[in-house]
Design a protein around this ligand. Structure first.
Ligand code: PMP
Length: 345
């Protein structure tokens, strides 16, 4: 058969999304269980009447609202179709074929796929024995070909976080010619004061960008809105690379409404972080090796038993996310859904 697609894609694993099974409890995709925030459904309905028009490509109102919330100029912000799309844009903004991108492993499964399709060479730095990023090793992996380093804080799927002293030393060690992306998709769930807000703490460093999303704490996973904050130069370059109109009018309207419901967002996050305490301490009675988590999920380092464990949970109507041969990631949800998981173990 005539080959019409790139041969190297054959070896590339497809992105595996958490499965949705009708009637089952889904603890597989780090979503929040509470439905859209107040005002979102009305905003979406209102925006649909303009669906025959293209959206504002610059997401001006959304960037202004983010600018107010974050205390940074709108010219430092780029929005995209989820922060996963912005991660892809970041590769296209920084890496030419053959350039190196460093990230920890295990981390967010989209990184190797995006790196491979962008032509960058992945440099994976193994996590420590306690499942967190080994930042000194990541800094030591920088070569003169490195263009991008991604630090996922908290890390998906292990939930671990890097603290301020480690991040300070890491950022001081990385040359200013290398862009460091702090992927803070789960930032809103961090309660440990030693885990720094990357934007507030490092946002003034020209070679740092922060990636965040409205998919998690803000409850908009289905509408696909993420944002990046960086220097005006880097943010402008990313805005050039973004697929035109990729943040839809409906997504922009929903995000604006969600941002206005920040008190309710915080109340929901507080419920989840309280449940996190309860669930993780119950789980540790059976599996003491669960690493500390600052996100809305936790990691069960089950090694070869991971796939069987997830299958057994599914038989009991609870979908969790297995990473074959490594571990299982479980989302913290409402008390009833969490209890269903605790019943499984
Ligand atoms: N970064 C991390 C670490 C994630 O876990 C996710 C979602 N799974 C994303 C980025 C992307 O989120 P979204 O594209 O929904 O904004």
């Amino acid at each position: 058969m005539t080959r019409l697609t790139r041969a190297d894609l054959d070896a590339l694993p497809a992105y595996v999304a958490g499965r949705t099974v009708p009637g089952a409890i889904k603890l597989a995709s780090n979503e929040v269980p509470y439905g859209p925030l107040p005002g979102v459904v009305d905003a979406v309905a209102a925006s649909i009447t303009g669906a025959h028009r293209y959206p504002d490509p610059g997401a001006t109102a959304l960037r202004a609202a983010l600018s107010d919330r974050l205390g940074v100029d709108p010219d430092r912000i780029a929005t995209g179709c989820g922060s996963v799309a912005l991660t892809e844009h970041l590769f296209r903004t920084t890496c030419l074929p053959g350039d190196e991108a460093i990230y920890a492993w295990r981390s967010f499964e989209a990184y190797p796929i995006i790196a491979a399709t962008s032509g960058a060479t992945s440099v994976r730095v193994p996590n420590t024995s306690t499942h967190g990023h080994d930042l000194p090793a990541m800094a030591a992996a920088v070569t003169d070909k490195t263009r991008l380093v991604i630090v996922c804080n908290p890390n998906n799927p292990t939930g671990t976080s890097n603290r301020k002293a480690e991040l300070d030393a890491f950022l001081d060690a990385v040359p200013p010619t290398v862009l460091v992306a702090l992927d803070e998709a789960y930032r809103e769930f961090v309660t440990d004061p030693d885990v720094p807000d990357g934007l507030a703490t490092y946002g003034d460093r020209p070679n740092v960008v922060v990636l965040r999303t409205l998919s998690k704490a803000w409850g908009l996973a289905g509408l696909r809105v993420g944002y990046l904050v960086g220097s005006p130069e880097v943010a402008a370059a990313v805005r050039k690379v973004v697929t035109p109109f990729s943040t839809s009018a409906t997504a922009q309207a929903a995000a604006l409404a969600a941002l206005q419901a920040s008190d309710e967002m915080q109340r929901r996050v507080d419920l989840i972080t309280a449940e996190r305490e309860r669930v993780v301490s119950a789980v540790r009675k059976v599996y003491p090796d669960v690493p500390d988590t600052q996100s809305n999920f936790f990691w069960l380092p089950l090694g070869d038993a991971a796939t069987d464990f997830a299958a057994k949970c599914e038989e009991s109507g609870v979908i969790v996310r297995a990473f074959a041969g490594d571990g299982v990631r479980v989302t913290i949800s409402s008390p009833g859904e969490n209890d269903a998981f605790l019943d499984c173990i």
